[in-house]
Design a protein around this ligand. Structure first.
Ligand code: PEP
Ligand code: MG
Length: 596
């Protein structure tokens, strides 16, 4: 956690400096106090190049895709604006309506297309050129109203350029220490660039609590609040701000007494965390002697230190997407091997479960050149994407097998739905093993177990069949909840409906766990509920003995395990599984948790 900077609102001469409190969804732990950095205001570097005649149509298509993405993002902001108090919401609503109009067959869109076709230049250069032309025209008229419209056009152009270049808005590396980032939206790739040594916390207007951006915040231990309506319009660069990641509050320009209160709360939080780290070397064992394995989820190699400090037994889920983010090219086998080997070695003999690429949906990897379909969460993502490009999967399998020569690894496949997918991967794995053996390259010995994520309802219901082909299961409740309840985990508009305690989700967890136990294969749970002590008794009661979570959550979950009685938890889980209403289930587990 950072120390706060001095100063604050006094530097805004002539402006009001009142405290404003915003509510949102708290997703990252702790409290941050620091200086506002408005992330969306940055300029985008615009690449300029000529394109071949044969590429013109594809370039126009790329441009139209960017307009669709921008329109989708603005539509989300419009929904947020509707929820704001009338005057502010209306004003913002008009502005966003105007942006939407500009994205539909306007002079801007027509002009860009013309530049691409006639001058054969790339879409980014065409957007830049067209904006300059329109804005110059407006400015020449010296009219205040038109000057404001010129600003709007620039803003829409910036949005298009950001979608086209897919670059993060600004390099975070240039931020001063204790920065608080406020943004409309941060993608998981943007979040991966945040350095906790510089950034104290962040808040965004868009995003759901189970989005990968939220998960990344928890992994980095960054206090964060998302889905905060009206946030950006109320904030100014350099404002003093507080992010309360636990209560889901953002306080801009806090009054002295508010600041004092949050300093106190932050000191309490840090003290509590220090107390918890003392649990590091103690086993995760219930009062009646049941042992539980606690492992860490890992998003970035920079987390190894925190993972070792947390007392994790190993890494239960390495999300390998980071290797493909924030770059234009796919990493080759040598690069992937070097990264994985380094992580494996730094874990000093602890096991690591490496998941193959889970790109698609909210984790877009520009290097792969996949255009999201109408329903990206149901489209070409995860194992489906890998199996549609087997040459990429073979490279990844090869890199994992080689890294496995330096420490114990397991291979995990995301979003598996059929036994055919496992069989296909096994055939590729056999081929890669044969090739590496022929070439005399050192690989894992014995070969790594090959497991599957249980995160599609169909996979959970067919878990007994999948268990015949998989060496282990990892239950992914983030996607399992999303797909079972048909709730987009990254969409703030339905975030309040996202409910892992829904009986349907719990039955699928129970069914898959029991199938694994009957087949005598290991089963772990690595969705976000694994790291929430509220769920611990229930999950243990359902038969789970292996939990994988953000490293920062391990001490609190361990504390909960050490305080509970497995027999009582199992009895309570039985009662829970007889319920039909998730509100009643929530009450039953909260009552149980309260009986300590
Ligand atoms: C899950 O879906 O629960 C999971 C662990 O995978 P991810 O969050 O990366 O989709
Ligand atoms: Mg998942």
């Amino acid at each position: 956690m950072k120390t706060e900077t001095s100063g604050g609102d006094t530097r805004h001469q002539g402006q009001e400096a009142e405290e404003v409190v915003y509510d949102g969804l708290g997703v990252g732990p702790g409290i941050a106090i620091g200086t506002v950095h408005l992330h969306d205001a940055g300029a985008v570097v615009v690449p300029e190049y000529r394109i071949a005649a044969g590429r013109v149509e594809a370039e126009c298509k790329r441009f139209h895709h960017a307009t669709e993405m921008a329109a989708r993002q603005i539509a989300k902001l419009q929904r947020k604006a509707e929820a704001l108090p009338t005057a502010a919401g209306e004003e913002l609503g008009y502005l966003l309506d105007a942006y939407q109009q500009m994205l539909k067959g306007s002079r801007l869109v027509r002009g860009v297309e013309r530049h691409i076709r006639e001058e054969r230049i790339n879409a980014e250069a065409a957007v830049q050129q067209q904006i300059n032309e329109i804005v110059q025209g407006f400015e020449a008229m010296e009219d205040e109203y038109l000057a404001a419209r010129a600003q709007d056009i620039r803003e829409v152009g910036r949005r298009l350029l950001r979608h086209l270049t897919k670059t993060p808005y600004q390099p975070f590396s240039l931020l001063p220490r204790s920065s608080i980032i406020l943004a409309e939206e941060l993608t998981p790739a943007d979040t991966a660039l945040l350095d906790p040594a510089q950034v104290a916390g962040f808040a965004t207007v868009l995003g759901g609590a189970q989005s990968h951006t939220a998960i990344m915040a928890r992994s980095l231990g960054l206090p964060a609040v998302i889905s905060v309506g009206g946030l950006i319009r109320g904030a100014r660069h350099g404002d003093l701000a507080v992010i309360d990641g636990m209560a889901g509050k953002v306080i801009l320009r806090p009054r002295p007494e508010t600041l004092a209160l949050y300093r106190q709360l932050r000191a309490n939080f840090l003290r509590q965390r220090r107390t918890l780290t003392r649990l590091r070397s103690l086993p995760a064992i219930t009062r009646d002697g049941a042992r539980v394995s606690l492992q860490a989820n890992m998003e970035l190699p920079s987390e190894v230190e925190a993972i070792l400090m947390s007392g994790a037994e190993g890494v239960g889920l390495l999300r390998s997407e980071f290797m493909f983010m924030n770059r234009d090219t796919v990493p080759d086998e040598e690069e992937q091997y070097a990264i994985l080997r380094d992580v494996v070695e730094r874990l000093e003999g602890r096991s690591i479960t490496i998941r193959t690429l889970d790109a698609g949906s909210d984790k877009m990897a520009p290097a792969l050149g996949i255009a999201p379909g109408a329903n990206p969460a149901l489209g070409l993502r995860a194992i489906r994407l890998s199996l549609s490009r087997p040459e990429l999967l073979e490279i990844q399998l090869s890199a994992i097998l080689r890294a496995g020569a330096h420490g114990p690894v397991r291979i995990l496949l995301p979003m598996v739905a059929t036994v055919h997918e496992i069989r296909y991967v096994r055939s590729l794995l056999d081929r890669v093993v044969r090739r590496l053996t022929r070439q005399g390259v050192r690989i894992s010995d014995p070969l790594p177990p090959l497991g599957v994520m249980i995160e599609v309802p169909g996979a959970a219901l067919a878990a007994d069949s999948l268990a015949l082909y998989a060496d282990f299961f990892a239950i992914g409740t983030n996607d399992l909840t999303q797909y079972t309840l048909a709730i987009d985990r990254a969409d703030e508009a339905v975030a309040h409906l996202y409910d892992p305690l829904h009986p349907a989700v719990l039955r699928l967890i129970q069914f898959a766990t029991e199938a694994a136990l009957r087949a005598r294969i290991p089963v772990s749970l690595c969705g976000e509920i694994a790291g929430d002590p509220r769920f611990t008794a229930l999950l243990l009661g359902l038969g789970i003995r292996d939990l994988s979570m953000a490293a920062h959550s391990i001490p609190r979950v361990k504390q909960r395990i050490r305080s509970l009685d497995l027999l009582a938890a199992t009895r309570r889980a039985r009662v829970v599984m007889d319920q039909s209403d998730s509100a009643r289930i929530a009450q039953l587990i909260d009552d149980f948790n309260g009986q300590r």
